[in-house]
Design a protein around this ligand. Structure first.
Ligand code: FAD
Length: 302
């Protein structure tokens, strides 16, 4: 049974946390889903943010931001989001263990889509190497594929691919997912290569194999690199959010951080350059503010 929430914020970086602070102070119910330690800021040392004198540790800034958001009344769910869909009167958002029905959502999930950085990856990108299961699974009907990754996106991707591919191998050297995901994986047909990692991707015109770090080779036609959580493409496009027409890498917004879908806002790196904390925080404030207004208006009119 989905839990009802006014404003659901996807992402616990500076954009999401600032959005939470501003939305919750407008007396709306706010849930933030995301892992602060996966924020780009976590690894940063910041010295160009106003009112910070000297260099500040990004990790400390995030810890303070999490504390503020929670103190003001937002709930933080330390999980990845696996699925989003538009439903009749809002949005259904499923994380690793919970499901929410939100009146409004703010997408603040950053942009990071990590690469494997192994030989063959760059050359074969788009020719069998993919970074988006939901976008490309259909191309691998009855084919053998591999997924490389340790997190929820890798496991969810591998499970999704079992509906398309003839054989799915998950290559993982430090699996880190919830117990329920581990159970679903164990009950599935996915072949798990545990304790191993990708060393090279083989092929010329298309992928023919994946070499692992024990020098064994898995014969595959597709390699899905799924490092970290589900990325912007999968989550944003699932609810019909429009991306920028030049690169299709960022979400298009107006000055209120509204997207083309009523009730859906975007903020921070996912809304385009410059990739800076000052911009993320400013856009988070705007998105939180207008999302809360949107929800209040909805409730007044219902
Ligand atoms: C090494 C480094 C140094 C930097 N130095 C500076 C600097 O000096 N000054 C400066 O202004 N900026 C700096 N930046 C940039 C700054 O960190 C980013 O612009 C800022 O963190 C963007 O904030 P964001 O909230 O949009 O995204 P992020 O901080 O990336 O946060 C994204 C959040 O979304 C979550 N998320 C992603 N996918 C999912 C999912 N499927 N489900 C749930 N949650 C999800 C992540 O876990 C994370 O919590 C630096 C970045 C790096 C990497």
């Amino acid at each position: 049974m989905a839990e009802d929430v006014d404003v659901l914020i996807m992402g616990a970086g500076p954009a999401g946390l600032q959005a939470a602070v501003h939305a919750v102070r407008k007396k709306t119910g706010v849930v933030v889903i995301g892992k602060p330690e996966n924020s780009a800021l976590y690894r940063a040392h910041v010295e160009n943010y106003l009112c910070v004198d000297g260099v500040m540790d990004g990790r400390e800034m995030l810890e303070t931001g999490v504390g503020q958001a929670i103190r003001f009344g937002a709930e933080l769910v330390y999980e990845d989001i696996l699925h989003v869909e538009a439903v009749e009167d809002g949005f259904l958002v499923r994380s690793e263990t919970r499901e929410f029905k939100a009146l409004s959502v703010i997408i603040a999930i950053g942009t990071a889509k990590k690469k494997l950085n192994v030989p063959g990856e760059k050359e074969l990108a788009g020719k069998g190497v993919s970074y988006c299961v939901d976008c490309d699974c259909n191309f691998y009907r009855k084919a053998k594929v591999a997924v490389v990754g340790n997190g929820s996106a890798a496991v969810d991707g591998a499970l999704t691919l079992t509906n398309y591919a003839s054989e799915v191998t998950l290559v993982t050297n430090a699996l880190s997912v919830s117990e329920s995901m581990q159970k679903r994986l164990a009950e599935s047909s996915v072949v798990v290569k545990d304790g191993l990692w990708a060393k090279e991707i083989l092929g010329e015109m298309g992928v023919t194999g994946l070499v692992l770090d024990d020098d064994s080779t898995v014969e595959v036609e597709g390699v899905f690199v799924e490092l970290g959580a589900k990325g912007p493409m999968e989550l944003a496009t699932a609810i019909g959010v429009q991306l920028d027409m030049d690169t299709f890498s960022y979400i298009d917004t107006n000055k209120k951080m509204e997207t083309n879908i009523p009730g859906v806002y975007a903020a921070g790196d996912i809304a385009g350059q410059p990739f800076q904390m000052a911009k993320a925080v400013g856009e988070g404030c705007t998105a939180g503010w207008f999302a809360a207004n949107y929800v209040k208006k909805l409730k007044r009119n219902s």
